[in-house]
Write a protein that binds this ligand. Structure first.
Ligand SMILES: Cc1ncc(COP(=O)(O)O)c(C=O)c1O
Length: 385
């Protein structure tokens, strides 16, 4: 087959996927691939989920799109439901289309309210695809926390630390991803984050939790920030909340909502607050609740963690990091990583492959048997080296 679509810098891995179900993708020959990456970490409750498909079909038959100035029951119920699991009672939410957009809108609101212009994030954080986020040459402060990873005071540091003292006063928002995915699943220490939050807030800035990857149960709690002692002003949610459908949300806490009522903020794009996306968000949350998937993901995550740890031999497998169902496995070098990756694809297993690491982020619906089966195949692939 000749491909005329553009992979935008990514290598085409499997040429013709024709169907999907649960944890699996299938190619035209009927070969199944266990998708341990959940697409791009999106299919939180499995591919082609029958329950979600039913909701999508019903919603299409009634109201798919209305315009951002018209509300409807599904939008209101969905907003309530996501605010409730995020612990932002009396807050508000804007339904959008991608994780990048949820971050962008949160940033714009923070800048509008604070009238400050420096965005603060950790040096290894990924925040989205837009140039306003990828071009960090101006009006960004990247806090390099490399030295904090091995600092003896990392759990007890205070404001006297030089890393913290350099934070500028003009920070409009600190965007914090509680499980640095581009930093390959690293969890910044609590006291570092608490101190940054304190400094930024004391100077009048806002706190944005970037939950695009870590949200919706991925880390064993509804949101990754719930592993920290912080209360964000904004929460950017994406990926898993749509189970593969492009919907995202910027959540806003009550005090910030009140500020926005006093100081009116404008943002508009054609698919903002679309009922179809909202119906999917509502259905995904219900599905996770009804099937106790946060609890199950926590338990199965522990099992996966133990299995992955058992592969660490300090020769080929150097380190495993993660919590819940979000893991990075560091391999000796990129060449070996690629060979193992290709071997796994051959056997019908998809993992995230980046530099000399694998990333493993399966749907919350993965079972113990599926985890056991994957680990056996991975062990065999590793034994070839
Ligand atoms: C941590 C994080 N933030 C933001 C984004 C951007 O989300 P999207 O690709 O849906 O725009 C991503 C995407 O991978 C991400 O991993």
């Amino acid at each position: 087959m000749e491909h005329v679509f553009f992979c935008t810098g990514h290598e085409l891995k499997i040429p013709n996927i024709v169907k999907s179900e649960g944890l699996y993708l299938y190619d035209e020959q009927g070969k199944g691939y266990m998708d341990l990456e959940s697409g791009v970490w999106c299919t939180s409750i499995g591919h082609n989920n029958v329950e979600i498909n039913r909701i999508i079909k019903n919603q299409i038959d009634s109201l798919m799109h209305a315009g951002f100035c018209y509300s409807n029951e599904i939008l209101e119920n969905s907003a309530k439901s996501i605010l409730e699991i995020a612990g932002l009672n009396n807050g508000k939410s804007v339904f959008l289309c991608s994780g990048s957009e949820a971050i962008e809108v949160s940033r714009q609101m923070a800048k509008h309210l604070t009238e400050k212009n420096v965005s603060l994030t950790l040096h290894d954080s990924y925040l989205g695809a837009y140039s306003s986020i990828t071009d960090r040459s101006r009006n960004w402060y990247l806090l390099n926390w490399e030295q904090c990873k091995t600092c003896p005071d990392k759990e007890t540091c205070d404001l006297s630390c030089e890393v913290l003292q350099k934070i500028p006063k003009e920070v409009s928002e600190f965007i914090f991803e509680p499980g640095s995915s581009s930093g390959f699943v690293r969890f910044p220490p609590k006291s570092l984050i608490n101190n940054i939050v304190k400094i930024v807030r004391d100077n009048g800035g806002k706190i944005v939790a970037n939950e695009v990857t870590t949200g919706i149960g991925r880390t064993g709690k509804w949101f990754g920030y719930q592993h920290y002692d912080i209360n964000p002003d904004f929460i950017a949610v994406g990926k898993g909340v749509g189970n593969g459908y492009p919907v995202s949300i910027a959540l806003i806490n009550e005090p910030t909502t009140k500020q926005l009522e006093r100081k009116s903020f404008h943002y508009s794009q054609s698919h903002q607050n679309d009922p179809l996306g909202a119906s999917i968000v509502y259905a995904v949350i219900q599905y996770i609740e009804e099937n106790s998937l946060i609890l199950k993901a926590g338990k199965n995550g522990l099992l996966l963690h133990q299995h992955l740890e058992s592969l660490v031999d300090n020769k080929i497998v150097l380190e495993v990091r993660g919590r819940g169902l979000m893991y990075a496995v560091d391999i000796k070098n990129e060449k070996i990583t690629n060979s193992i990756y290709n071997d796994l694809i051959e056997k019908g297993y998809i993992v995230g492959n980046r530099s000399a690491s694998f990333r493993i982020d399966p749907p919350l619906t993965i079972t113990k048997t599926e985890i056991d089966g994957f680990i056996e195949e991975l062990r065999e692939s590793l034994s070839l080296f």
